[in-house]
Structures are given as C-alpha cells and as structure tokens.
Write a new protein. Structure first.
Length: 598
C-alpha cells in the first residue's frame, strides 16, 4: 500500500488552525497559497516515489557497522542524494546561507511527509536541521561560514550528542571533557550513547554537536558547553582535511527504526582528544542546545503525526478489503468489508480525528515560530516565542502519544494480520514507540509544561491561550448548527476543565510540588485534547463559513463529522483528566517507593 501525502488535510490545517491566510495577508508568510500547495504536493510525490519503497526493506536490513563504518540500507545513498539535490534539505533555512527561506510551518508539513513515508530516513534531515539552528543562532561568523552552507545544501549532515550512560534525562551529570587549547580550539574526550546517524556513508562529512564539560566547569547544568566536532576536519580554504578523532564504536539493536543508525560514539580514543570548536559561550551550552532541542521536539511531534497518518492510511485500505461477518446494512448470506462494522468505523474515526488534532497543534506551534521570526517589535516577538514555548511540549508529547496509540489501533484493525510483519502495520507500531522516549521523554515534557511553561509571565501566557480556546468553543455553541451536535457544549466543558486544572496546578506548584508533578502527564493530555478539539472545531466553522457543510451525497462534510466526533468522544475525557489531576494526586503518591518496589 503506497503512501499518499494528505496534501488537502495538511493545507486545511495550515489554513484553519495555523492561520496561513492571515499570515500571508499580514506578510508574515511571503509565499502564496499556491506555492505552499505546490511544495507540499511535490514533497508528496518525492516521498511516494523514492522514500516509501525503501521503508520496509530498510526495516528488514537495518543499518550495519562494517569495519568501523556504518552502512545504511541499500538505496539509502541514492535517495539521500536525490533528497539534497531536490533542495528538500534546505526549505526553512535562510536564503543568505543557501536555503529557500520557506516558513517553518511549510518545512514541518514536508517533514511529516518524509517521516510518514520512511521514518528511519526522515530522522537524518530532522537532526541536521536542529544542528543548523543551533550554529546559526550562536555560532561565530567563522563557524557559520565553514559549516552552514554545506549543511543547508545537504552535503554534510548534523547530529546531536547529549546522552551518556549516566546522563539521560538529567544532563547535569554528563562527563565528556573539553580541554581548551592555545589555538582557541578544544580537545574532546568521552563516550556518547544513542547518537542518531552518528556515522553513515551518505555524506562526506558529519558535523557533531557535542555537549561537554570544561576542566574548571561548575557542577550540574551550569557547567556544560557546546562544541562543533566534525568527523573530518575542515581546512582554512574549506576543503576536507584529516579525520578527526571520533568513531562509531557500536550500533544499538532496536525495537524499531532499524534503518536509522543509533551509535555509541567515542571521542578522543586514540590521542589527545577530538578537535572541537566552541558554540556560544563557555558553560552556556545547554541554553544553545535548547534551541536545537526545541526545534527537534516540535519535529519529533510531527513524526508522531506522520506515523499516525501512515498507520491510518494502511488501516483504511485493509478495512475496505478484508471481509468478515455481516454488518447492519450487509446483504443476507454475504460477508461485509470490515469497514462497515460500527466498531471498526469508530476505530477509523479515532485514528483520523486524533491524527488531525495532533497535526493542527504541531502546525500552530510552527506558525508561532514563523511569527517570532519576522516580528517587527520585541513585544510581538516575545509573545510569539512564549506561545511557541507553551505549545512545544504539548506538540511533542501529545502528538507522539497519539502516534503510538493510532499505530496500535492500526494493528488492531488488521486483526491477526496486524501482528504479522508482512502487512506493515506492525512496523509502524514498532517505529512509533521511540517517539515518546527520545528528545526528552514525554514525562519530562509534561514536567516542562507544568514547571516552566505554566509560570511564563506569571501565568498570563497560558491564561491568554485558554481565553482564545474559550472564544472558539463559544462560537461553536452559539452557532446552533444542528450538524455540530454537542460539539459546542463538549468543548466548552473541556476548556473549563483545562482552565480549572491550570489554576489548581498554579497553586499546587507553590503549595505541594510533588502533588502537582504527580498530575503532570494527565495535565498535558488534557491540554492536548482541549487544544486539538478546538482546532478541529475551527476547521468545522471554516467549512460552514465556506457554505460547504453538506458532504458527498446527502451526508455531512467529513471535516465537521470528525470535529464533532472528537469533541463528543475524546474531548469529553477532559473533565475526567481534570478530576485525576485535582483529586487523584494523593492516591498516586500513597505507596512509598520502597513499598512500590516490593
Ligand atoms: C533510538 C534512540 C535514538 C536516540 N537519539 C539520540 C540522539 O541522537 N542524541 C542524543 O543525545 N540522545 C539520543 N537518544 C537518547 C534519548 O534522548 C534518551 O534515551 C532520553 O532522553 C531518555 O533518557 P534515558 O534513556 O537515560 O532515560 P532516563 O533518563 O533514565 O529515564 C527513565 C524514565 O525515568 C523518567 N524520569 C527521568 N527523570 C525523571 C524526573 N526528574 N522526573 C520524573 N521522571 C523522570 C523518564 O521519563 C523515563 O520514563 C536516543 C535514544 C534512542 C533509544
């Protein structure tokens, strides 16, 4: 079953949730709608023709370490060359460094497409983009001139080296060392684990961004610096020089994304250390890395949308073919396609509605980054950055949880064949499972939302956001459209639950932090359900405004149906989640760790 990019759905989310039309009108986005559609459409064609056919074989072969060099699966090298030659590696980068200067939201839309067609492949440009962002924001002019053009063109790729065996979520304990040299460079020694695309033969050079600690650095996160460490050293005239002292020591064997090499990287194994160049200031590396991590967190959220979309397409196709039982409308003596059974219809509605809700949240977050990028004054820039900061953990965690849930439902729709590898449903489920773990686990995202994002501007950022959600819920309710069913009421209740939970959390963070933290994950989910429901409702309102409420035949427009389904079947969980947060925390903490361990 070939992947087909959901061009109309993506464009619809860009217009009705992310505000593409208004942004074009305001000059925030300088390309027109036709161009945006053309880019997404072309990306879809490339993904279907080049990346999708490599997805299953790539999963079966995986990447391999042969003689100290990582070999990606057959066809990867040619696909990567076609990807960079097609200009796909540089969509969002500034034109001044060889990029195409397209909005972040268009770049995220194409990122969904690469990752839906082939997540193992899509990870490579995803991390390169994060590395570009970090060098661009904090690198010296020399670093920018040396590395950015080749990374933007796709000639070199980038990696992110944070994790060490004893330092995962808690980077304050990392031990990799950086020793300053008289010539202004640093010598890096240490071991990093789980490094995605840490080595490969797709490009002639790999630019590692490495977190390390100076000899006199203060302990904890305030003593971490960031370095560019190229695999091959670059000479003064820009040509490639000798090999740097960095190697891939081994590859991990994983549940999914087999094609994406996950490397143990050794720095400075055979000498005085790998040569590194400081990015930003000494001991301020984590701040710089956060630029990269925030971009990457949104992009990982988009991977959740991608895998959900792919799993949905596969499940819909299977449900049309597979016949079992007789549906309510089935002919006597004949088996019906399972898509006619009410329970399968519910599954498919859930898959579609969840995917579209998560897509909207991610594209709205990207739109805020675009607004910040072109803001004319500091207040507007700050407001957009705060909104993006608030939504980033939701985009990452809600969308990746959805990715796993939807992929799991996809397996279920296939019945026993879902458990058998040949249908492809199982691969999506296996691939999806990493998404809630890397780029900061979803537990860490929920804590970030609670402890760093809720308090932004004394709580005003979240309050303003919830007020906007409430306005849409009221608009839906006041519209009194019969085809909206209980959508207005349900969304009003969800927004009220989010507002109450936010107030409660604000107080609990001051009075009883542990109780607040116990409710962090349900709070993030409540946030996601409410925001997602509202964005789908904005789509439904837009459909009505366009006079298109009626769908094919005598039916209802599918976008209204999905928005209503989400509100009546999923946004209703908001009230229960609020209760779990407000009244469930005490029970969560009843058993002390030593009792839990028994
Ligand atoms: C396939 C793959 C690719 C990866 N790619 C990269 C990469 O390219 N670069 C890179 O640097 N890293 C990469 N990682 C590492 C990844 O980012 C980490 O695995 C992740 O951040 C979690 O760290 P950990 O595995 O040490 O888990 P731990 O930090 O040990 O966490 C274990 C559990 O404890 C929870 N937990 C931890 N601390 C807290 C706390 N304070 N409060 C509440 N709960 C807590 C976590 O949520 C989690 O559920 C990759 C990992 C994998 C598996």
């Amino acid at each position: 079953m070939t992947y087909r990019a959901p061009v109309d759905d993506i464009l619809f989310a860009l217009k009705t949730a992310a505000g593409l039309d208004e942004m074009i009108e305001a000059g925030t986005v300088t390309v027109d709608e036709d161009t945006v559609r053309a880019v997404i459409d072309e990306a879809g064609k490339f993904a279907s023709a080049v990346l999708d056919p490599l997805n299953v074989p790539g999963d079966r072969t995986g990447s391999r370490l042969v003689g100290g060099v990582v070999e990606t699966p057959e066809g990867w090298k040619e696909a990567y060359r076609a990807f960079s030659e097609g200009g796909w590696a540089s969509l969002a980068a500034d034109e001044s460094i060889g990029g195409q200067g397209l909005p972040e939201m268009v770049s995220m839309a194409t990122s969904e497409i690469w990752n839906a067609a082939n997540m193992g492949f899509g990870l490579c440009p995803l991390l390169t983009q994060g590395a570009i962002d970090a060098i661009k924001a904090h690198g010296s002019d020399e670093l920018k001139a040396t590395y950015l053009p080749n990374m933007v063109s796709g000639r070199w790729t980038g990696t992110m080296n944070l994790t060490e065996p004893q330092a995962g979520s808690d980077l304050g304990h990392l031990r990799t060392k950086a020793v300053p040299q008289p010539d202004g460079t640093y010598r890096i020694t240490g071991t990093k684990i789980f490094i995605t695309y840490g080595d490969h033969e797709l490009t002639e050079n790999i630019i590692h961004l490495v977190l390390a600690r100076l000899p006199d650095a203060p302990p904890g996160t305030r003593g971490i610096s960031l370095f560019v460490v190229p695999k091959i050293l670059v000479t003064a005239d820009g040509s490639l020089g000798p090999r740097n002292d960095v190697v891939c020591a081994s590859l991990e064997h994983k549940l999914g994304i087999h094609a994406s090499p996950t490397c143990v990287m050794k720095y400075g194994e055979s000498g005085e250390g790998a040569v590194g160049y400081l990015v930003g200031e000494e001991n301020r590396g984590l701040n710089v890395m956060f630029i990269m991590m925030n971009a990457a967190r949104l992009a990982v959220g988009v991977q959740g949308v991608a895998i959900a979309e792919r799993a949905t397409q596969r499940a819909v196709a299977y449900a049309q073919e597979r016949k079992q039982g007789r549906s309510a409308k089935g002919k006597a003596g004949e088996m019906s396609p399972i898509i006619e059974h009410a329970d399968i219809r519910r599954n498919l509605m859930t898959m579609k509605a969840m995917t579209q809700a998560a897509r909207a949240i991610c594209l709205v977050t990207a739109a805020e980054l675009d607004k910040a990028h072109v803001a004319q004054d500091e207040a507007a820039r700050r407001a957009a950055l705060d909104r993006a900061a608030l939504l980033t953990p939701v985009a990452k965690a809600f969308s990746t949880d959805i990715g796993v849930e939807v992929a799991s439902i996809g397996v279920q729709v296939h019945g026993g064949m879902g458990f058998i590898e040949e249908t492809g449903a199982a691969q999506h489920y296996r691939d999806a499972r990493i998404l809630p773990i890397y780029e900061g686990t979803n537990g860490i995202q929920a804590i970030d939302l609670l402890t760093r994002k809720l308090p932004l501007e004394g709580g005003k950022v979240v309050e303003a956001y919830i007020a906007e959600l409430a306005k849409t819920a009221e608009e839906v309710r006041a519209s009194n459209r019969p085809e909206f069913g209980l959508m207005g009421e349900r969304l009003t209740q969800a927004v009220a639950a989010l507002a109450e939970a936010s107030r409660w959390m604000g107080q609990a963070l001051r009075d009883d932090t542990e109780r607040a933290l116990a409710g962090a994950q349900p709070y993030l989910r409540l946030f996601g359900f409410t925001a997602g429901g509202i964005y789908l409702a904005r789509g439904a309102l837009a459909v009505v405004r366009a006079g298109a409420a009626a769908g094919p035949g005598a039916g209802i427009n599918p976008r209204i149906a999905l928005a209503r389904y989400f509100a009546e079947n999923h946004a209703v969980e908001a009230a229960a989640l609020k209760d779990a947060i407000v009244t469930g925390g005490e029970a969560t903490l009843l058993l002390e760790p030593e009792v839990l361990a028994e």
